[in-house]
Write a protein of this length. Structure first.
Length: 550
């Protein structure tokens, strides 16, 4: 009977396997793939996929093919009707679907998150360079869920949606304004050092030098290398994974030699700061941090496994936040430096809200957000106008699906065109390419005559900018809080404006500002000259008070 049972099981399996493939093929024929640009034989749309200005390029395709489209990489050729909500393409065997609509992104990436929450295989950055532990690019798995659980717990917001780590944010932002006052020409580097120092302090509890901290510099080097090497399509090995097995000496294997030359960084950064943090816990006055909180609450797993998991998560906190938060702050500064009349308007609002009866000006706090609607709206507009991740980080489907009459195969790369969603005139009004914070402002019927507030009915850009579904950034509240506080303190203390000698290069005769951003996966303003000076005697007194208190 046992032998018969085995034979029966094998027979059933032999029937089920081909039946599955027949069903899958039938389903694919029954439901067409979404429309998209016609590709070439074998390589499909590989030559069409942009490596720069991806958001605008995909948005232009959406006008031709619809809000959900497909790119094909050589295995299929499509002819589909125009007007769908998704677009598809393919390159060298990989199907890619681009979502141009917020509503479609919510439907697929959030409501159907069980099928759409994985990530494409990161061969270069993950497997070859050793950063397969980076939370943002890990595939959907039990390991990823454990990492997310730890991150969500530590970076949870308070009841008002403000990061519970706001005291540390005050400390580092106040350091930043003091450093800018001393060396305003080092603005870019100071912002990067501040954001990096805050992230490392929260992660490891280690003291961070005001300038040139070696751990911050090391982490910043890693972040730059990673951001340069996770750009989709940059390396052929990403679309032809077999190339990873080439010997390093083989002609054309330069990518592998490069990966081997920097792989040591992933190990050193994972272990060295962790060991320093553990040693510091024994000293008096050690600051609480992610590592100390995590070690204090071991779960019912072997200690070694827990420690490795904590090391992995800790090592990726900085990497995940450094570039994005830094670029968001620098984009805000660029927007206000090229819109001096708006800067003065916000500063008048700050002076009115933060000056007491004696005439003394104070520094802003998170509790002032409702009192400063124009400031808050300008922060929101900078996130919309210059999204840090124009196309987000791609998702990957783990099951077949059907949407809007179109078939979406398992293993499809899903790209959410955040740039297009944030430039949607139906949501944000006319002239979306112009920097106009008033699109978020409305009258406040509950306030005095002429009072205004942030319009709650306008979609907040962070609803798009921090990702979708289970892949939403778990540190978004800290990033948003840090961006707002930095913007508020900078405008309270400084005037910053582009020199007249450069304005003609950046601002056209019609007043439109040229969005001079470095192209790539991340959107960051190019370096430019700016005049930064303390804006008043009251601001100078505030800076002196901060200096004395440090």
């Amino acid at each position: 009977m046992a032998i018969m049972s085995v034979w029966s099981a094998q027979a059933i399996l032999l029937l089920l396997v081909p039946s599955y493939f027949i069903y899958a093929k039938w389903r694919r024929k029954t439901y067409p793939l979404p429309p998209g640009p016609k590709g070439w034989p074998i390589i499909g749309n590989a030559l069409d996929i942009p490596l720069t200005s991806m958001g605008p390029v995909y948005a232009s395709w959406a006008k031709l093919f619809g809000e959900i489209m497909i790119l094909l990489t050589g295995d299929l050729v499509l002819t589909s009707p125009i007007g769908s909500s998704i677009i598809s393409a393919s390159a060298l065997g990989q199907t890619i679907i681009i979502i141009d609509s917020y509503d479609v992104a919510i439907e697929l990436l959030e409501k159907r998150a069980a099928k759409y929450s994985s990530r494409p295989r990161a061969i270069m950055a993950g497997e070859l360079m050793g950063w397969d532990n980076v939370f943002a690019i890990m595939p959907y798995s039990d390991r990823w869920r454990n990492h997310r659980k730890r991150l969500v717990k530590y970076f949870r917001p308070d009841a008002n949606g403000i990061s519970v780590h706001s005291p540390r944010a005050y400390e580092f932002v106040h350091r930043l304004v003091l450093d800018i006052n001393e060396t305003p020409n080092e603005l870019y580097d100071l912002v990067r050092h501040t954001v990096g120092g805050l992230g490392l302090s929260l992660t490891y509890g280690l003291p961070i030098q005001r300038r040139n901290d070696p751990l911050v510099k090391f982490a910043d080097t890693i972040a730059r290398i990673l951001s340069d090497n996770i750009i989709p399509g940059k390396y052929l090995v990403e679309v032809l994974p077999a190339l990873r097995y080439l010997p390093s000496w083989f002609p054309g294997a330069g990518f592998k030699r490069y990966a081997e030359s920097v792989r040591w960084m992933s190990t050193d950064f994972k272990i060295q700061p962790y060991e320093r943090a553990v040693e510091a816990f024994e000293t008096e006055g050690a600051q609480p941090c992610f590592v100390s909180d995590s070690l204090a609450s071991f779960e019912s797993r072997e200690a070694r496994a827990v420690i490795e998991e904590i090391q992995d998560v800790a090592a990726t906190i900085y990497v995940a936040a450094a570039d994005t938060t830094t670029d968001a702050i620098l984009s805000f500064i660029y927007a206000l430096a090229t819109h001096p009349e708006l800067r003065k308007k916000i500063q008048n609002e700050i002076d009115t809200a933060l000056t007491d009866e004696s005439g003394s000006l104070r520094l802003p706090t998170f509790e002032d957000q409702e009192k400063l609607p124009h400031l808050t709206a300008s922060v929101m507009e900078s996130q919309r106008w210059a999204p840090v991740t124009p196309i987000g980080v791609p998702h990957l489907t783990t099951e077949h699906d059907v949407f809007d009459g179109y078939f979406i195969p398992k293993g499809t790369v899903i790209v959410a065109n955040q740039w297009s969603m944030l430039n949607d005139e139906r949501v944000y009004g006319p002239s979306p390419h112009s920097f106009n914070p008033d699109r978020f402002i409305t009258s406040d019927s509950d306030g005095p005559e002429g009072a205004v507030k942030v319009n709650p009915s306008i979609r907040h850009p962070n609803r798009i900018a921090f990702g979708f579904g289970r892949r939403v950034c778990p540190g978004s509240h800290l990033a948003q809080s840090t961006l707002w506080l930095t913007a508020a303190c900078l405008l309270t203390l400084f005037d910053f404006e582009m020199p007249l000698s450069e304005k003609a290069d950046y601002i056209g005769p019609d007043g439109k500002v040229d969005q001079r951003f470095d192209p790539g996966l991340l959107c960051q303003p190019r370096r430019y000259s700016r005049d930064i000076k303390v804006r008043s005697s009251k601001a100078a007194s505030l800076l002196e008070g901060l200096r004395m208190g440090m």
